[in-house]
Design a protein around this ligand. Sequence first.
Ligand code: NAD
Length: 240
Amino acid sequence: MNNPDASRHTEGRAVVVTGGASGIGKAIAEAFASNGDRVAVLDRSGGAGTIAVDVSDEASVKAAFTEARTQLGSIDILVNSAGLLTESRLEDMSLSMWNETIAVDLTGVFLCCREVVGEMRQQKWGRIINIASQLAIKGGTGLSHYSAAKAGVVGLTKALALESAADNVLVNSIAPGPIETPLVDGISEEWKAAKRAGLPLLRFGQAAEVAPTALLLASDPGGNLYVGQTLGPNSGDVMP
Ligand SMILES: NC(=O)c1ccc[n+]([C@@H]2O[C@H](COP(=O)([O-])OP(=O)(O)OC[C@H]3O[C@@H](n4cnc5c(N)ncnc54)[C@H](O)[C@@H]3O)[C@@H](O)[C@H]2O)c1
């Protein structure tokens, strides 16, 4: 049976959100909390109630999940939203810039998924939601490292979904378009204005407009048939 204990999985669930101190992760953490779930925020930038982590560091990830379990018990839902964005054309990119992006945006997702997937399979219920990017699909100038990392997240999501679905652990990704968060603060206003004008919706999204997609993927039964999918709240920028 796909849904052995429905009541347990609609509210009061234990949720971990990486990168939950800012932007999309913060909006997702707030949405789960409003739903009546119990949420632990893991982030590199601290703050009251935040569990400190560097998702690219194996020991740091282990310690943070140990602390999250102390607070929440076993974990039902993991949202991987921690990420960073730097820019350089490939011909000028240093190896350290490349490695940093792969380490945080891709290896970080691997390390955090590995912390929870065995436990979720044992409890026969789990949801993992990875925040990728539409640049996984379309690429971006000056963003070869970021586009490669996010395409890696989409591939990882599909492979882990295949490994886990039979145990009712559903793994999916969200590939947002441009969203107004601190991540895009550094980009010039000129570029943003031109980008907005080219979007079918003529505007960037807000983080709160991405969060309901995460709630949908985590919902039971609403999310039960999504396996290895990539959902695109993206103002119409990409139509796969
Ligand atoms: N904003 C966009 O337009 C957009 C579009 C598509 C995808 N995304 C993705 O959405 C996710 C969230 O981005 P955002 O826009 O909310 O950015 P944000 O900068 O507001 O939030 C990212 C969070 O990740 C944390 N973080 C960074 N490196 C970390 C590390 N090594 N360990 C732990 N935490 C770390 C930061 O401290 C921050 O709180 C990212 O994965 C990003 O790539 C963003």
